[in-house]
Structure formats: C-alpha cells, structure tokens
Design a protein around this ligand. Structure first.
Ligand code: PBG
Length: 342
C-alpha cells in the first residue's frame, strides 16, 4: 500500500527541508568540482612507451597506431628531451628488430650494444634526468616471436629465465633505471634480483609485469615491433587467462616477495578491477599499461570523428587513478602531458 512502500522522504530528518542532501551542490562550478575531486591525474603519473629502430634521422609511422611512429636513435633522444621538457618522468623503450636478426637462441637480446641498449645509453647521457625503462622479454629477438626460448613448440621456463637474466644485466649495464620483465616466466624476478645484486646493480628497479593477460589488445604493438609475422601460435601457456582475478593476486604476491619494486597490470581499461584489487591488497606501487589496442580504439575512433579523442583520452587516464594506480604506461603520454601542463 502507499504507506508501506519505501520512500526517500523516510530517510530525511523529520524537520529538514526536502531534499536534505543535494549532491549536485558540489558539482555547480569548476571551483567546487575541483575542491571535491577525489583523484588527480598528473604528468608525474605517466610513462611514455616508444618504439625504436635502426637508422638515422628517420621515423616510420605504425598504421594500426595513428600518431605513433618507430624512431631512430637520434629521434628517440629527441623524444626523451621532449619528455623532460613536458615533465614526463620516464620513457620505456621497445626495439623493432630486423627479421634477419631474429634467431632461436635470441642471443642479440643480451648483446651489450644491441639497439635497445644503445638507445638507453644515448638517452641516459643526453637526458639523465629522464628515467629509462626497458623491456625484458625475448620476443623482438626470437625467430618464433615468443617471449621465451622455444623447443619443439614448448616455451622452456628455466632456460628462458637464464636468458632473461643475461638480458636484464646487459640493460642495467647500459644504464636502465627500471627493468620491465614482460615475459611471464616463473621465477624470473628472483633470478634477476639476485643477479643484479651480485653484479653491483642493487639500485636498478624492477617493474614486474606481474598480471599480464593473454590479450588480443596487443595486436598493434606486435605490428610496431615486427613480431606479428613471426609469432607462431599464441602466448596462452605463459600469459594469464582473462577469466582469472585471484591468480593475479598470487602473481603480485610472488613477484613482490622475489624483489619486484613495482607491479603492473596489463592491459589497462578492461582490467581495472584487477588494478583495484592489487592496490587494495598490497599497497605497492601499482601501474597499468594502456596497451596498443586500447590506444588504437581511442585514436582510431577519434580520427573518424566518432568520439572526442582528447576527452576520451583524459577520461580513460583518470579511470586508472580512480582504480588505484600510481601511474600509467600510455602512448598518449606526451599529448596528455601537454593538456595537463595547460
Ligand atoms: C612482449 C610485450 C608485449 C607488449 C609489451 N611487451 C606484447 C605481447 O606480450 O605479445 C604489449 C604492449 C602493447 O600492446 O602496447 N614482451
């Protein structure tokens, strides 16, 4: 009946005017909205992934990532200067390796003067204040396109870890500030941490790709690093099943216990629930990777005029902050920084 039905009026103190709580009050002006904002996105939160290639004074646009190009070493140094000028704290390097240089033993991965290591050293000498993050995984160097060593179609965990440790030490020697193991082999964080300590590199940070899913959102990245053609099969035996969430917490716990300084969830927007659970459970520095496919969806729809690209970009980045992330790896980093700097 009328008298029994729940009514919002019943929640209001007897003599208060209706409605007592007007949540719209603090949304009325920009000043009030600013005061009431629960989260802030700042340039300090951004890590800018760049693709590098051999050659000089050249760029190669990546068709599936409108606005993103592979850069030669000199252009990568320019990008690092741009990062410094914009206040972006870190750049992350991904090398495009010529197919003729890819092998089954992936030996180029730990060569002291491979492309990635040369770019790291060049950036650290020209722009030492920008942190350089590197990718620890064998896929750019692997004839099979996999992140680990493959024998008879199987990715061999412990042998891959040995290779990854050599790769990590070479990157640290080149001057990397942050190592980003994105390979998902078991035990690699502990093995790397022990080797870094033994090698006098105790201050090199590890940002573990702890919860990295076997995702279709990496497609454009594989174009960018030239791994799409090479990849045989998929990465489901080492990257996570998108159905899982508790497993992400076990991976983060494991990697932190093995010596990771920071942890990552990847991809980003489709996995914000994982970001929130990781941050709540561990309180460790937590990052999300807004991956190539997420970038392509926003930049592609933006280029068509189907969405307001700039607004969607900023809203998506704020979503990571709301989910508890301390920072975001995003190809939008320079554009977002320009907007944030006004
Ligand atoms: C591979 C690696 C991948 C990405 C970063 N490191 C792709 C993969 O796992 O196949 C994806 C990044 C992106 O999509 O932007 N070690």
């Amino acid at each position: 009946s009328y008298h029994e039905s729940p009514c919002p009026m019943s929640l209001i103190p007897i003599n208060a005017p209706f409605p007592a709580t007007r949540l719209r009050r603090l949304r009325r002006t920009p000043a009030l909205r600013g005061l009431a904002a629960e989260n802030v996105l700042s340039v300090d939160d951004l890590i800018w992934p760049i693709f590098v290639m051999d050659g000089e004074n050249d760029v190669h646009p990546i068709l599936s990532m409108p606005g993103v190009s592979r850069l030669t070493l000199d252009r990568a140094v320019d990008a690092a200067k741009e990062a410094r000028d914009l206040g972006i704290p870190a750049i992350c390097i991904f090398p495009y390796i010529d197919p003729s240089l890819k092998t089954d033993d992936c030996a180029l991965a730990w060569s002291p003067d491979n492309l990635s290591n040369r770019v790291t050293a060049a950036i650290k000498s020209a722009v030492p204040e920008v942190a350089v993050m590197t990718d620890v995984a064998l896929d750019p160097y692997n004839a099979s396109g996999h992140d680990g060593i493959v024998r008879e179609g199987v990715i061999i965990n412990d042998e891959s870890v040995e290779a990854l440790v050599k790769m990590a030490l070479a990157q640290a020697a080149a001057g990397a500030d942050i190592l980003g193991p994105s390979d998902m082999m078991d035990g690699r964080i502990g093995a790397m941490r022990r080797a870094l300590e033994a090698d006098g590199c105790q201050d090199v940070a590890i940002l573990s790709y702890a919860a990295k899913y076997a995702s279709a959102f990496y497609g454009p990245f594989r174009d960018a690093v030239g791994a799409s053609g090479a990849l045989t099969g998929d990465k489901k035996t080492y990257q996570m099943n998108p159905a899982n969430s508790d497993e992400a917490l076990r991976l983060v716990a494991r990697d932190l216990s093995e010596g990771a300084d920071m942890v990552m969830v990847k991809p980003g927007l489709p996995y914000l629930d994982i970001c929130r659970r990781v941050k709540d459970q561990f309180g460790a520095p937590t990052y999300a990777y807004q991956v190539s496919g997420e970038y392509a969806m926003i930049a592609g729809a933006g280029a068509k005029g189907w969405i307001d690209e700039e607004k969607v970009m900023m809203e998506s980045l704020m979503a990571f902050k709301r989910a508890g992330c301390d920072g975001i790896l995003t190809y939008f980093a320079p554009r977002a920084a320009k907007l944030l700097n006004g």
